[in-house]
Each structure stands twice: as structure tokens, then as C-alpha cells.
Write a protein that binds this ligand. Structure first.
Ligand code: GAP
Length: 516
């Protein structure tokens, strides 16, 4: 299936099955803002729990907080967001559509990379088993030409970003012949900077003094609480503070569904270390976070590490964990070495000492920070993209049926078990409810007695329920039920007394945490 079609299908599926709705749909929606429905909210909570347990529960030197969205306006002056949290924007004069200049260039580079992949695929077909990718890409003339284009473009692009050279960004767009996807024209405006923070007024008095911002990252809430947490928690360096919460950005290009939203959620952890030790911890957290994604059990080829072309104003090293979404490889998580920038800035702007006394070294210093920052919504989309599967099923009468199944890792599935009486009579519903009530203490369950059993299985497949338990007439006599497994549709006859054990083993978060 073409990736574009797959993406459209995933979006339609999430709407049809209560995962995600356009915000304020009744009023024709609000751009790049989405609501999570009954199953979406469950999946989101389960992802949050997986992250929190992996980061806070499993690490004795990491604690979690929940800071307010509103903060003193000087926080954002100190952090650099008021002056530097900008995106370079460019408009197409014909379509009147607005784009991020850096994204247009990155997409151009990705297009050239895909041309290399096409050459590799063709050669792979031609040479079969004897094909050696490494030799091919280092010797084939066409591939080398494409690679040179990528390298030249990257060098020029990086330089323009580093120098904040907006004219050069526009020139790259013109030289590369980049056209507007809507109008197809190269009729571009100049590139301008655009601040991404949403501003609002605090209280009833308008004016500059009362302007506050909706936080564009949760990290600053951690920095301004560093002293309080370190002291009250008697934390010793190295230690971390974690937080999950909403962030807001007035994104220029808000496309691609929940990938780029104006209101979204982040799961961030700031790890405070001795100055000079930050690179060791940077490497450590890159590896730990990669494992967290891999533990979900999807193909590892879907993830790649990408070092930043342009470092944010606070970082001395940064790597993205990218995921291959249906629209290409894009950032899923950022790992940044933020130096002592933020704490030093808060020390300067607040006029208060923000330091750590290191007993072992017998000296005080402003700690360095390594940050891991993953988007909850992007993680959600990565899981859905991996989980969405269309399958043809050969039926007993020889005909072919189709099912759509969400193969979400069982510990994260919104509904863990569906309990179903085969028919709505003869005491089967009562028996089914008895089982349901036992399972409900530990698991989010559903009871379903409507329609044929086949239709009910399909409904559960579509929302990703890993287990269906069916109660039939024999169950009343032998205390056995049929348990049906979502992924391979196999069925087993098991004792009612064993269901809880079978289910709990497979849906426990421990299954993921043990892989870390
Ligand atoms: N504190 C560092 C920070 O905020 P970032 O790379 O700007 O760094 C971190 O954001 C993560 O937040 C990204 O990797 C992404 O997963 C998520 N994110 C950022 N902007 C987003 C948006 N507009 N919509 C959804 N997720 C977003």
C-alpha cells in the first residue's frame, strides 16, 4: 500500500473507532488541535505510564514533578525563548500558503535520499543474493552524484542556519528549484522569523508587564524547581527530574495530523550532572531512550538516530531519535546536552544562587544538564503507524475476508480483554459478567453481547484488544471458556480460574520494563 494511502487510512480509522477527533469538530474544527476519544485517552495514559515507570519508578535517582503551565514571564526571557524561539517562515505568493523554510529544504534533501534508495532497490533486484549495499553505494556513479548533492546542500544549509542568514535560506530554496506543493510555483516571499510562543494576559490589567506565555516546553518548569527538588529530595548529582505535561506552540506549518500540533504533550527528563561529564551522560541517555522505543517490539529499521544540523540556542550536542512515519523519517524524540545554559540564565535573571555543593569535590557549581524529550502524541502516532495492519483471512468456505487489526503492544492496549457470551440467553450473560467483574480490578475490560461472534471479534481487532474471552453453553458445565488471541487469531480452551493469570502475565507493564 502506498504510504500516503496508509496514512489516510490510519487517520480515518482513528476517527471511526474513537481514538482521535478533530477539536471543536461541531464548529468545523480548529487547525492542528485534536481531541483524544475514549480509546485514544486510554492509549495515551498507558504510554505515559510506560514512560513514567521506565524513567521514575525504575531509576532511584530520578523523581517526577508536575509544574504549572503558566510561569513568571521572566522565565521565558531567561531561557531565550522570547528572543530566539523562532522558525524561519516563507510564503508562496500564488497559493498564499505559509511554510517553514528549513522544512522545505529538509524535505528536498529527503527527496534526493529517496532517489538513492530507488537506485539501491533496482540494483538489489538485478544482482539478487550477491548484492552488496555498501560496495554499491560507494561506487555507483549515480548514487555518488546524489550523495554529493546531499552533502553540498547540507553544508550550505547548516551554514545558513548557524549564521541565521535568512537571505541565504531563500536563495537555497530558489537554487534547488523548490516549488509550492499547492500552486507548483517558485514565487516565494523573503524568509522572516516568527516567534512560536502563545502570549496571553494575566489578570485584568492589559499591557506588557502582565503578558505571560503558554509554555512551549515543559523543561523550564523543571529548571525553576531544580533547587526545591534537590533540597527537599536530598538529591545527589547525578540525578534527574522528570515531568509529563502540555506544551503549546503556534506552529506555522501545522500539518500531518497529530505529528505537529499547536497544543501537545511532552515527556521530558532533565538529568543534572557534573560539568565535564555531560558527554558521557549524553551517550548513556541516547542508548537508554533508544531501548525504550525498541522494547515496544516493532521493527528496529523504523528508527534511526540523527544528529542536529543546527543546535538550539541552549545545546552543545543534540541527537534526534527519528521514526519512519508514513510521511517519512521524522523526529520522535530529542536528546540534548543543554550545558549549564538554563540554570545559569535563571541564576542571572533571578539574582539567586542556583548551584550544587559537591561534597566529593568540595566545591559548588552550576550543574550541566542532559535532557531527554519525547512527544507523547508523536509516540502515539508511531505506535499506531506500526500497529495498523490489514489482513486477508481465508475462511472455511474458501472465500476471503478482510480484517483491520491494531497490533498495539498488549501492555499499552486501551482495552485488555473483551468478555462475550456466545448468545444473549441461557445464563451465559450472567456467567460472562461474573468473569468480567473479576478481571476489571486489574484491567480495562469490555462486555459485548451484540451481533455475531465474528463481528464482535472484528470490532475488538479494530480497537486493538489483545484478548477475547467467549462464554458458551459448555462453560456452564465445565467451567472452561475460549480465549482468542488478537494477533494470530488462535483460540484456546482454558479454565475460567486461569484467565486472570494468562491475561495479567501478557498485559503487565513489567513485560516492557524487563526489556530495558
Ligand atoms: N525541551 C526540549 C524541546 O522541547 P523539541 O525538540 O522542540 O525540544 C521535543 O521538542 C519533542 O516534543 C519533539 O521530539 C516532539 O516529539 C515533540 N514536539 C515538539 N513540537 C511538537 C508539536 N508541534 N506537536 C507535537 N509534538 C511536538
Amino acid at each position: 500500500m502506498a504510504q500516503e494511502d496508509l496514512f489516510k487510512k490510519i487517520i480515518a480509522h482513528t476517527k471511526e473507532y474513537g481514538y482521535i477527533f478533530q477539536s471543536s469538530e461541531l464548529y468545523d474544527g480548529l487547525g492542528a488541535v485534536y481531541d483524544y476519544g475514549q480509546y485514544g485517552a486510554e492509549l495515551k495514559n498507558n504510554i505515559k505510564n510506560y514512560w513514567w515507570q521506565a524513567m521514575v519508578q525504575m531509576n532511584e535517582n530520578i523523581v517526577g514533578i508536575d509544574s504549572a503551565i503558566f510561569m513568571h514571564p521572566t522565565v521565558w526571557k531567561a531561557s531565550g525563548h522570547v528572543d530566539a524561539f523562532n522558525d524561519p517562515l516563507i510564503d508562496n505568493k500564488d497559493s498564499k500558503k505559509r511554510y517553514r523554510a528549513d522544512v522545505l529544504i529538509e524535505e528536498q534533501r529527503e527527496k534526493i535520499r529517496l532517489k538513492i534508495e530507488k537506485e539501491v532497490e533496482k540494483a538489489e533486484k538485478r544482482f539478487g543474493e550477491s548484492f552488496d549495499r555498501a560496495t554499491f553505494v560507494s561506487t555507483n556513479a549515480r548514487v555518488l552524484e546524489y550523495q554529493k548533492k546531499i552533502d553540498d546542500l547540507t553544508t550550505r544549509f547548516q551554514k545558513a542556519l548557524e549564521n541565521n542568514d535568512l537571505e541565504e535560506l531563500k536563495q537555497i530554496i530558489l537554487d534547488e528549484g523548490i516549488v509550492c506543493p499547492i500552486s507548483g510555483s517558485k514565487n516565494w516571499t523573503d524568509v522572516r522569523q516568527f516567534n512560536l510562543m502563545f502570549a496571553t494576559e494575566l489578570g485584568s490589567v492589559a499591557g506588557d508587564a502582565s503578558t505571560i506565555y503558554l509554555r512551549p516546553e515543559t523543561a523550564q518548569g523543571i529548571f525553576v524547581n531544580y533547587l526545591s527538588v534537590q533540597k527537599t529530595g536530598r538529591m545527589r548529582i547525578p540525578f534527574g527530574i522528570a515531568q509529563i505535561g502540555k506544551a503549546f506552540r503556534n506552529e506555522i506549518v501545522a500539518r500531518q495530523f497529530i505529528f505537529r500540533m499547536r497544543e501537545f504533550e511532552q515527556m521530558e527528563m532533565q538529568f543534572f550532572v557534573r560539568p565535564g561529564e555531560e558527554m558521557k551522560w549524553f551517550e548513556h541517555w541516547k542508548e537508554v531512550r533508544r531501548k525504550w522505543h525498541f522494547a515496544l517490539g516493532f521493527s528496529q529499521d523504523k528508527y534511526r538516530m540523527h544528529d542536529h544540523d543546527k543546535l538550539a540556542h541552549y545545546a552543545n550536542a543534540a541527537t534526534d531519535i527519528e521514526f519512519e512515519f508514513p510521511f517519512g523519517f521524522k523526529e520522535l524524540e530529542g536528546i540534548h546536552s543543554r550545558t549549564d545554559f538554563d540554570l545559569s540564565q535563571h541564576q542571572e535573571f533571578s539574582g539567586k544562587k542556583v548551584q550544587y555543593f559537591d561534597n566529593e569535590l568540595n566545591e559548588s557549581y552550576v550543574p550541566y544538564v542532559v535532557e531527554t524529550s519525547v512527544g507523547l502524541d508523536r509516540t502515539f502516532l508511531s505506535i499506531l503507524s506500526n500497529a495498523y495492519t490489514e489482513e486477508n483471512i481465508l475462511k472455511e468456505d474458501g472465500s476471503v475476508d478482510q480484517r483491520v487489526v491494531l497490533k498495539i503492544p498488549a501492555p499499552l492496549a486501551p482495552v485488555k480483554v473483551a468478555v462475550m457470551p456466545l448468545v444473549k440467553k441461557d445464563g451465559l450473560p450472567e456467567k460472562a459478567r461474573e468473569i468480567l467483574q473479576k478481571l476489571q480490578f486489574e484491567n480495562n475490560c469490555q462486555y459485548d453481547e451484540k451481533d455475531s461472534i465474528g463481528k464482535r471479534y472484528r470490532r475488538q481487532d479494530a480497537i486493538g484488544t489483545p484478548f477475547c474471552v467467549t462464554v458458551d453453553h459448555d462453560s456452564l458445565k465445565d467451567n472452561m471458556v475460549t480465549i482468542r488471541y488478537r494477533d494470530d487469531m488462535s483460540q484456546e480452551r482454558v479454565s475460567i480460574d486461569d484467565i486472570e493469570k494468562i491475561v495479567t502475565r501478557k498485559v503487565s507493564m513489567r513485560r516492557l520494563l524487563e526489556k530495558l
